[in-house]
Design a protein around this ligand. Structure first.
Ligand code: ING
Length: 326
């Protein structure tokens, strides 16, 4: 009998600035119930699911933004979700902004089990955007101001009889994310994202937002023989149009389910976990075919800089003018 997991991606439409956490949790609970009714074992919510995507605005001092963060998980507003997980015996992935007692700020996700207990916590490794106030942008992407990069990297956990890992948004664009978990035998990677369609540093990428999203998810799944579940907070949120298209990807790289709206929407797929072996034990048998002795540059402290032509040190994202030729 093969191992299978019924997984739901619970996509969110916009969360307005004034929307309370309680109101947002009501939306999450409605989708959670729908997913559980459809037999889901696990529900994947988006990145920073509890609030509007606040890194689109500059706030100072930084402490003025404290109200966007959770100082406890579960807290009073989120506990109903954990209680429902225990009641329905259905787990979930939830992304949120974390402010630790020591004052560290992370873009975080938790994996909650069927007892409503936190089985794992992940903090975002790849922090995109910029650190400084850049008012030239129609909207900002100040994740590097609001969040520290994770010191922990990527782990894989035994969860619901599968090897499950987590990533958040920009992590999905980096092949290292998938391979680090692939080398740990990951069979399902969970991901939440908030992706504005407009990319201010190079608007030529805007029209490719959906393609780039599919490209990296499908490649990462296939090249590491793993399922990938990626859930958006999409739609026009505080005037910013954000990519929806949440999807569930098989180890083959095939899309087995995809959201068709940019609102709250639940998609569900039955995922055969043993399907991963069809890729891990053939084409991508790491022990037989992979050549780590040829890849040492991947972990050089200088990011391989000494092997590339010298270029100016980047202080922020390069701003490529519209129509500029390289
Ligand atoms: N968001 C974006 C992402 O990697 C981004 C950053 C925005 C990249 C627009 C490209 C275009 O999907 C987060 N939250 O990482």
């Amino acid at each position: 009998m093969s191992r299978s997991l019924v997984v739901a991606s619970a996509q969110m439409g916009p969360v307005a600035t004034h929307e309370t956490r309680a109101a947002v949790v009501e939306r999450l609970l409605a989708m959670f119930a729908h997913a559980a009714d459809r037999g889901a074992d696990l529900v994947v919510f988006p990145e920073l699911a509890l609030t509007t995507f606040f890194p689109r605005w500059w706030q100072e001092p930084l402490a003025a933004a404290d109200h966007w963060y959770e100082t406890e998980m579960p807290g009073p507003d989120t506990k109903p979700l954990f209680d429902e997980a225990a009641r329905r015996r259905v787990g979930f992935y939830l992304g949120y902004a974390e402010l630790t007692p020591q004052g560290h700020r992370y873009n975080t996700s938790v994996l909650v089990d069927r007892q409503g207990l936190i089985a794992a916590k992940y903090r975002k490794v790849h922090i995109p955007g910029h650190e400084a106030n850049e008012p030239w942008r129609p909207f900002q992407h100040l994740e590097r101001y609001y969040f520290e990069a994770s010191p922990d990297g990527f782990a894989v956990h035994e969860y619901l009889d599968a090897r499950v890992g987590m990533m958040i948004c920009n992590d999905r664009r980096w092949p290292e994310t998938y391979r680090v978990m692939g080398l740990q035998g990951v069979e399902m990677i969970l991901c939440g994202y908030n992706t504005p369609i407009h990319y201010a540093p190079d608007p030529s990428q805007d029209v490719l937002a959906g393609f780039h999203n599919q490209l990296v998810l499908q490649a990462g799944a296939y090249q590491n023989g793993t399922w990938v579940v990626a859930t958006a907070k999409g739609g026009i949120e505080e005037g910013v149009d954000s990519l929806a298209q949440s999807s569930i990807i098989a180890p083959s790289g095939q899309v087995v389910a995809q959201a068709i709206t940019n609102a709250d929407e639940v998609i569900v797929a039955e995922c055969d976990i043993d399907w991963c072996a069809r890729y891990k034990q053939t084409l991508f048998d790491f022990d037989r075919y992979r050549r780590p002795e040829c890849y040492s540059i991947l972990t050089d402290a200088d990011n391989g800089k000494s092997s590339r032509a010298a270029g100016p040190a980047a202080t922020s994202e390069r701003h490529i003018e519209e129509g500029e030729r390289q």
